[in-house]
Ligand binder design. Structure first.
Ligand SMILES: Nc1ncnc2c1ncn2[C@@H]1O[C@H](COP(=O)(O)OP(=O)(O)O)[C@@H](O)[C@H]1O
Ligand SMILES: [Mg+2]
Length: 373
């Protein structure tokens, strides 16, 4: 049976007491459900690997508690935690056959030979390497994707309580990465082992995870499904990390009603944004950001009601939609916007002067804090 994993006020400080301590995890508290495929997402250096290694017991946490189910594992050594781990580098043994690579975790557990054979065969079937197992070469004779499958098989063979994957697809090329992320989801759902999948790639996290946690500088910014994070990002950082968000520097004119009235700085354009779409409790005079996703803006060759003038920089055909990169002047420096249209606008070309409008009922409001990635 799968277990949940709970973090309670987990802190990790590298070099505690030294001249340059690094506070890598700050009061991390959340629960991963039994059988869940949970993604840790965030930019490089935000603490993903630290949290994963702490979960495995490979790093000692500075304070807080971690539980598997009801069991406090904060101080239990790694070899007693029954964890399967997969790394970006695969970390396979080149001098051993793939059978022995996968069997390794069973050998150290002194599992009898016939049981080893049975388990390795089963798990290699699960990851789709039954044919390779018959030939049984060294992992060096396999492709990158096959090596990653061996690494996954090796982590699963002893029925771990938790499976931890640290950027497992980062070394694969783009097409294989897309294929393998679906494979990882299939394998995880087949085994139902509670799994933590670390990545800095938001598209990968959104595609793979049942739920995601977005980390920034050691802090969990938001947890939710892909859909929740995309449609209800709680701040400007999450909004721009989960998909693209265009921001417009604005000033609050009035916040006394059901909506907040804002004006885009230097443009004289005003919107009333319903408080349900405001991710900040701004008051009159505050600087805020109006946020519009690429599909929540419109580009037009003719002026629109409440629009901003700009220049088309690049037009990209991206299959089901067309992306217009438009540069507008702002009070500080030119801002590059991304606007996605369902179809090609025949009267708009690269270099043209255009007008950018808003789908008023879609745009939202953010605090400018933490906007930068
Ligand atoms: N062994 C270590 N000693 C000191 N600082 C570390 C160590 N490992 C990681 N860090 C620092 O902790 C922070 C988080 O690192 P890490 O967990 O590896 O981030 P991520 O996996 O999200 O890229 C970074 O600032 C990193 O430089
Ligand atoms: Mg890392």
């Amino acid at each position: 049976m799968s277990n949940n994993v709970t973090y309670e006020n987990v802190n990790k400080i590298y070099g505690e007491g030294s001249k340059n301590p690094v506070h890598a995890l700050k009061d991390v508290s959340f629960t991963i459900n039994p059988g869940e495929l949970f993604c840790l997402l965030g930019p490089s250096g935000c603490g993903k690997t630290t949290l994963l290694r702490s979960t495995a017991g490979l790093e000692e946490i500075s304070s807080g508690k971690m539980y598997y189910g009801d069991v406090d594992i904060s101080t239990i050594p790694p070899y007693k935690r029954n964890i399967g781990m997969v790394f970006q580098s695969f970390a396979l043994y080149p001098h051993m056959s793939i059978f022995e690579n996968v069997a390794y975790g069973l050998r150290v557990r002194k599992v009898p030979n016939d049981e080893v054979k049975k388990k390795v065969t089963q798990v290699m079937e699960l990851v789709g390497l039954q044919e390779e197992l018959k030939r049984n070469p060294s992992p060096t004779a396999l492709s990158g994707g096959q090596q990653q499958r061996v690494a996954i098989a090796r982590a699963l063979v002893y029925d771990p309580d938790i499976l931890l994957l640290d950027e497992p697809l980062a070394n694969l090329d783009a097409k294989l990465r897309r294929y393998m992320r679906a494979e990882i989801r299939r394998i995880q759902k087949a085994t139902n082992i509670t799994t933590i999948f670390v990545t800095h790639d938001q598209e990968e996290a959104m595609a793979v995870g049942d739920r995601l946690a977005v980390l920034r500088k050691g802090i969990v910014e938001q947890i939710g499904t892909s859909d929740e994070l995309y449609n209800e990002p709680k701040n400007a950082f999450v909004a721009n990390f989960i998909g693209k968000m265009n921001f417009f520097e604005s000033t609050v004119i009035d916040s006394s009603k059901d909506s907040i009235d804002v004006e885009i700085k230097g443009k004289g354009i005003r919107f009333a944004i319903p408080k349900a779409k405001c991710r900040t409790q701004a008051k009159k005079g505050d600087s805020v950001l109006i946020g519009g996703r690429p599909e929540q803006l419109i580009v037009s060759a003719a002026p629109l009601n409440k629009c901003i003038e700009g220049n088309v920089h690049i037009i990209q055909h991206l299959g089901s939609f067309i992306r217009y990169e438009v540069t507008i002047d702002s009070s500080i420096s030119p801002v590059a916007l991304e606007i996605d249209m369902d179809s090609l606008q025949k009267d708009i070309h690269e270099g043209d002067r255009v007008y950018v409008g808003f789908k008023e009922d879609k745009i939202s409001l953010f605090s400018p804090e933490g906007r930068e990635l």
